[in-house]
Write a new protein. Structure first.
Length: 271
């Protein structure tokens, strides 16, 4: 069990709630050419790195087994990765994804120092953003290596690779329609343990749930196929567990025919 540590940057929450103080982000942008909030000063950046480390150390002191840093989905760390929201003129920007990963690497390094060498540290990453589902940080395996390998070298043990649909190949132009997914390529390129996630066991993707769409339960053939190819080490299940807390037990016991779908109303109740 572990907490997921966030800084949402300038991203607008699903509820539309607006804080009293201005939001902060790398360049005061919520998306390309879309201002929102303030650009972070170098002092604020340093304070934020320290805050991530403090939160991680506190989680360890409280007895958690691991922690996860949220560096995906258009939140603060991801806004530094993305050239569309990182327009800084200092060392936290650059023409390459490797240069724009400096902030994330500093966060991971500081967190690793705070929790020690043996405590598991997960980093969640994604190509897609809430602001742009089609956004891609790494168009090639070489760029993905430049992006992710320094973060593993900085101290991230596990890469939690978020896709909207986990079964889709990351680079079909290289290995075809049945090629490795995001987690598969991340594992191949960095050697890190990887978690795959994205619409596991359901017909519709995560973002559709927030517009009120339901998802039916679907077969697990795709999941089994990916596991047989050793694409990833772990699979993450979200919405399916919210509606069906016995999901994992049913899969383990061979009762996939009894799996439930997902209804958005489940987000407002305990099952």
């Amino acid at each position: 069990m572990g907490p997921q540590i966030w800084h949402t940057g300038s991203t607008i929450g699903m509820s539309g709630w607006e804080p009293e103080a201005p939001v902060e982000s790398p360049s005061g942008l919520v998306g390309p050419d879309t201002p929102r909030g303030d650009a972070m000063s170098e002092e604020t950046v340093a304070d934020t790195v320290a805050a991530f480390a403090k939160a991680a150390a506190t989680a360890k002191e409280l007895g958690f087994d691991t922690i996860e840093l949220h560096g995906a989905h258009g939140y603060l760390i991801d806004q530094c990765f993305w050239s569309g929201t990182n327009q800084r003129a200092d060392r936290y920007n650059g023409i390459s994804i490797g240069q724009r990963s400096r902030f994330a690497a500093e966060v991971v390094t500081a967190v690793r120092a705070a929790i020690g060498p043996d405590f598991p540290l997960i980093l969640r990453v994604s190509q897609w953003k809430q602001q742009d589902y089609a956004a891609r940080l790494a168009e090639t395996p070489d760029l993905m290596t430049d992006w992710l390998l320094p973060l593993v070298e900085a101290g991230a043990n596990v890469l939690h690779c978020s896709q909207r649909r986990f079964w889709e190949p990351e680079f079909p132009e290289i290995d075809g329609e049945n090629g490795l997914n995001f987690a598969g390529w991340a594992k191949k390129l960095t050697g890190a343990t990887t978690i795959s996630v994205g619409s596991v066991g359901l017909s519709g993707d995560f973002m559709a749930a927030f517009s009120g769409e339901s998802s039916t339960s679907v077969g697990l053939d795709r999941l089994v196929g990916c596991m047989e190819r050793d694409e990833f080490d772990l699979i993450a299940v979200g919405r399916a567990l919210i509606s069906d807390p016995q999901w994992a037990a049913k899969v383990r016991d061979g009762h996939a025919d009894k799996l439930k779908g997902f209804e958005p109303a489940a987000l407002g109740e305990l099952v």
